[in-house]
Design a protein around this ligand. Sequence first.
Ligand SMILES: *Cc1c(COP(=O)(O)O)cnc(C)c1O
Length: 371
Amino acid sequence: MYRPTMAEIDLAAIRDNLGAIRACIPAWTQVIGVVKADAYGHGAARVAAVLEQEHVPLLAVATPDEAVELREAGVMTEILVLGHSPPDFVPFAISNNVTLSTDAHATTVMYAAAAGAGTVRLHYKVDTGMGRAGVLADTATDQIMRSSALPNVDIVGLYSHLASAESDLDFTARQTKRFADIVRDVRAGGLQPAMVHLANSAGIFTIHAPPLDGVRPGILLYGLPPAASLAQACAVQPSLSLRTRLEVVKALPTGHGIGYGRTFITGRPTRMGLIPIGYADGYPRSLSNKARVIVRGHFAPVVGRVSMDVVAIDVTDVPAAVPGDPVTLIGQQDGLRITAVQLAELADTIAYEIITGVSKRVPRIYVDRRP
Ligand SMILES: *Cc1c(COP(=O)(O)O)cnc(C)c1O
């Protein structure tokens, strides 16, 4: 590794966050570990291995290829694919303990046909108001019951997804009620799916009903609140830090432009520092002239445009700064802290996009505080 830019992943923080989530839910409720999008940028194989050690019974990914990646990495825990799987994935799923989501009777018929002599395990996804995939609530019970009569499929789960668990408690309550009615009707019809689940990270705190058999936290496992209003809800700590080192320090006279478009003009004799990270690493260009970084116990502002490979910072007020100094863009250093949530606000997005956006060019370095 010749470039010092890296994402530092704290596996002990993820383990602690899992413990904190478990402390927030009843003892009978299981955590389904959401490790889609490369475990929100943390590296799915390593995170899944930690969750497996901690006896998380089910991992959730978005795509069939993400499930394949985990199996190739040696992860054994059952995996649920939340998104769509094509029927030709069914044989792999059957022989590799991968459970698929189905969203309609017609889809389930296709999966049954693709199962050959095997049995494909399915979770039925119900649309209680999200308006994306899933069988619409009004016909859900009928379709689920018809699907359950098919050979070669085993409906082992039932779930729905909340549209605005962090912001609209009335709508969340309506979705919760619709889902509970379907669960009741399906059970009355004689189907007993073992894993009924509804809550994402926000829903763990905002659903006013028992959290069912499972909850599906993603962002909370990685130590970030699903929304600012829930920042205090559960004692979690961020598990991803973005770090690099100062590469160049250079004196610029007053009136000198910095970077593409000359969007920053020095207003004083300036010591400009360059750090080897850019938007191709997932540091958003929209942070140009807005964000700051930590150097030698100070916040140093980003000056000029964020380029593809480099960012300029103003270290005039950090006179001791020299090339080689550690620089933190997300995380803690020298008693100071920058969070993905803060960067998201500056970049007009959400923390989810900041952490999943850290690109492949950035090596992930794993640390684990515990022995
Ligand atoms: C991504 C996802 C989650 C996790 O959401 P968080 O807000 O990160 O907790 C849960 N359920 C489904 C269906 C998802 O797609």
